[in-house]
Design a protein around this ligand. Structure first.
Ligand code: AMP
Length: 435
């Protein structure tokens, strides 16, 4: 199967070939024909599957075929949860539309709105946006949704997590009822299904991987290590493994800053990316990470969501996420585009329960290892009495340590804020979804 076989026109095929894509990815193969046929789509696809080209190419083809020669109303809207994802999606749209007369733009918060307004006034066919800034611009009459023909919701699950459901519904209320809707989501909770049923009309379901499954070539590794030893252990992993490009996840912004500082002190180039960083600092950190001028990017879940970092060999969970689906999102950044990847989690006794939740979601036990010199000691006192034996964390937890020792109360992270505040100044996103 080639891009041409999918029915895409020569200028679009030329643009993707120049990007070095030799054949369509599975999501592209499955989704493009339906989108070209004007169908609504509900697609389960993580970042890294090529979903952006999957929706952009057929939409471009539609726009070119039906473009009015004299004026350029806004006809396609792509909504994304984060600024970084919005910028990335528009970069892709721009590249894929290189040989066609279609204009795209991106708008998101945290930066001056004036240039965005000027761009919109000059005429844009495809707009990529985060919901908050989009509504601000709409309120300021910088754009109209009246001519929207295609609405794309990218990373819809994260948009719900970030509390954007009301904004999304408001935006949709300004649009013509007659339009094509494409929804992409990595996970399919009941909330997502509910949102989908309110927006999509007779959607075609497109699945590229079983629900909540992780990329096939990812190896999961769990290191049992005390919380107090995690930084030292991370430095050891990076140095011993000679790692040059690692994405490390922390649960909190404070944790991301602290770890970054310590890595830099240990002579490892690193930057943090989270919601308290300015847009400029986030963009710079991501750029430096992508072009290898820094080795380590320390990120919170929200900041890292949807980042396009190709061929990442290692993702480290410095702390396990307390929402198991976030584990799937996090490790979606390794083992991409057919390359093998390693998802490494540092798990202290307090996090055993999180690990069990993740294992339940993945339907897979994550193999645990103990490294000499980093044997866990911070288990519950009575259980610590059991004999310790290195590297033997069997199912029955014969080896002692923290494996299988469920905390008596819910895990907690002393001194850290609960989780990163979400977009548009909404504080503390719900652990349990709000909708
Ligand atoms: P996405 O899932 O849209 O974020 O895409 C992930 C990465 O895969 C991006 O770096 C794309 O440039 C790349 N990509 C998209 N489609 C293909 C393809 N057919 N072949 C190879 N790489 C692709």
């Amino acid at each position: 199967m080639t891009f041409k076989d999918l029915g895409l026109s020569p200028p679009l095929v030329k643009a993707v070939e120049e990007k070095g894509y030799t054949k369509p990815s599975p999501i592209q193969e499955k989704a493009i024909p339906h989108i070209l046929a004007g169908k609504d789509i509900l697609a389960s696809a993580q970042t890294g599957t090529g979903k952006t080209a999957g929706f952009t190419l057929p939409v471009l083809q539609h726009l070119v075929a039906t473009r009015h020669p004299k004026y350029r109303p806004l006809r396609v809207l792509v909504l994304t949860p984060t600024r970084e994802l919005a910028a990335q999606v528009q970069d892709n749209v721009r590249e894929y539309s290189k040989y066609v007369d279609i204009k795209s733009a991106v708008v998101f918060g945290g930066v001056n709105a004036k240039p965005q307004i000027a761009t919109l006034r000059s005429g844009v066919d495809i707009l990529v946006a985060t919901p908050g800034r989009l509504l601000d611009l709409h309120d300021r009459k910088a754009l109209s949704f009246k001519r929207i023909e295609v609405l794309i919701l990218d990373e819809a699950d994260r948009m719900l997590d970030m509390g954007f459901v009301r904004d999304i519904n408001k935006i949709i209320s300004y649009m013509p009822a007659e339009r094509q809707n494409l929804m992409f989501s990595a996970t399919f909770s009941n909330d997502i299904k509910k949102l989908a049923s309110g927006i999509l009309r007779n959607p075609v379901s497109v699945e590229t991987a079983p629900q909540n499954s992780t990329a096939k070539k990812v190896t999961h590794k769990v290191y049992k290590v005390d919380k107090s030893k995690k930084t030292e252990f991370t430095i050891k992993l990076i140095k011993d493994g000679n790692w040059n490009q690692v994405l490390i996840f922390t649960r909190t912004k404070h944790g991301a800053n602290k770890l970054t500082e310590k890595l830099v002190k240990a002579g490892i180039s690193a930057a943090a990316i989270h919601g308290n960083k300015s847009q400029g600092a986030r963009t710079k950190a991501l750029k430096n990470f992508k072009d290898n001028s820094i080795k380590i990017l320390v990120a919170t879940d929200i900041a890292a969501r949807g980042l396009d970092i190709p061929l990442l060999p290692h993702v480290v969970n410095f702390e396990l996420p307390n929402v198991p689906e976030d584990y799937v999102h996090r490790i979606g950044r390794t083992g991409r585009a057919g390359a093998a990847g390693e998802a490494i989690s540092l798990v202290c006794s307090e996090e055993s329960e999180y690990q069990s939740e993740i294992e339940k979601l993945l339907n897979e036990k994550l193999a645990s290892t103990i490294v000499a010199g980093f044997e866990p000691t911070d288990t519950d006192p009575p259980k610590r009495a059991a004999s310790q034996s290195k590297g033997s964390f069997g199912k029955k937890n014969k080896g002692g340590g923290s494996q299988g020792n469920k905390p008596k109360s819910k895990p907690h992270f002393k001194g850290n804020k609960p989780s990163e505040p979400s977009g548009r100044g909404r504080s503390n996103p719900p652990k349990k979804k709000r909708y």
